[in-house]
Design a protein around this ligand. Structure first.
Ligand code: SAM
Length: 271
């Protein structure tokens, strides 16, 4: 099995085990933080939106809670069944069990989101091109990616660890996550007083999660077969090479990149 398919399989198994999106992890507060500074929740009202890589439907439900008109949820893994179960308002959602590059070229969507997905795809270019074709002129593609800048220490630790953990069976990985969890909590305490790496993310996002979700986030870092950490230049090039204009990047909490680009045309044009 190639690394792309192995990654999809890893996520299928992960989300069948960790299927719930309760608390801050699935909240509109967190969604606002993800969209900042490019979009506000109110901008999405009555819009037609696709989400590429929907997992358990966490972002899909955030979109429904934002008052969107319709969501196209794209998820290729076995977690598709979880997605179907979790969706709050199925009449406003079309779920497609396909990889991102097969997103149909609707040509009339207002926004496409891909949150925490493209960095798990070895060749994301066809996905970006499919997103471009599915948008209306003036529509926008917003992606959130792991960042290289601001993660130097983290990457020094996690890169060698991941060479092992991506092969571990679930129960061994789950034990390892518990072993990392308590020292990590102590690190977060230190972040309150010291300007340590990941400080902003840990204090403003991670700390607001329940203990269960905090452990899931550690698991999610260690489990998938493929994960790439993008520089700002690489993140912007991804959208620029896909034909997007007005591409902008925000260094979210100093450790990741939120990138947005527009499909050329009038931003007021709707089909
Ligand atoms: C880290 S999860 C993010 C899920 C969701 N966006 C969220 O934030 O809760 C990454 C998701 O991308 C999906 N994925 C992996 N490869 C993909 C591909 N080629 N096309 C679309 N989705 C893919 C995985 O199956 C997984 O559900």
């Amino acid at each position: 099995m190639n690394v792309k398919d192995r990654t999809i399989k890893d996520f299928g198994e992960q989300w069948l085990r960790y299927s719930d999106n309760r608390g801050y992890y699935g909240s509109l507060d967190l969604f606002s933080d993800i969209l900042f500074p490019f979009l506000k929740i109110e901008d999405l009202r009555h819009c037609k939106i696709a989400e590429v890589g929907s997992g358990t439907g966490r972002i899909v439900n955030m979109l429904l809670g934002s008052g969107v008109q319709h969501v196209w949820a794209i998820e290729p893994s076995e977690s598709f069944s979880v997605l179907l179960q979790n969706i709050r308002d199925p009449e406003r959602v079309t779920c497609l069990k396909i990889p991102g590059e097969q997103l149909p070229g609707y040509g009339n969507l207002d926004y496409i989101f891909s949150i925490g997905v493209l960095h798990h795809i070895p060749d994301p270019k066809p996905v970006v091109e499919a997103a471009f074709n599915a948008l209306r002129h003036g529509g926008q593609f917003l992606v959130w990616l792991y960042g290289k800048e601001g993660n130097k220490l983290y990457l020094t630790l996690i890169t060698p660890l991941r060479t092992l953990t991506k092969y571990l069976p679930h129960f061994v990985l789950a034990i390892l996550v518990w072993m990392i969890y308590y020292p990590f909590l102590m690190y977060i305490q230190l972040c309150r007083w010291l300007p340590l790496p990941l400080r902003s993310y840990l204090l403003h996002v991670y700390k607001k999660m329940s203990p269960e979700k905090r452990r899931l986030i550690i698991y999610d870092q260690l489990n998938p077969a493929y994960a790439k950490y993008y520089t700002k230049a690489e993140a912007m090039k991804l959208l620029l090479d896909g034909g997007f204009i007005n591409v902008r990047a925000h260094h979210r909490h100093g450790y990741s990149w939120t990138v947005i680009g527009t499909k050329s045309g009038s931003s007021t044009e709707r089909q």
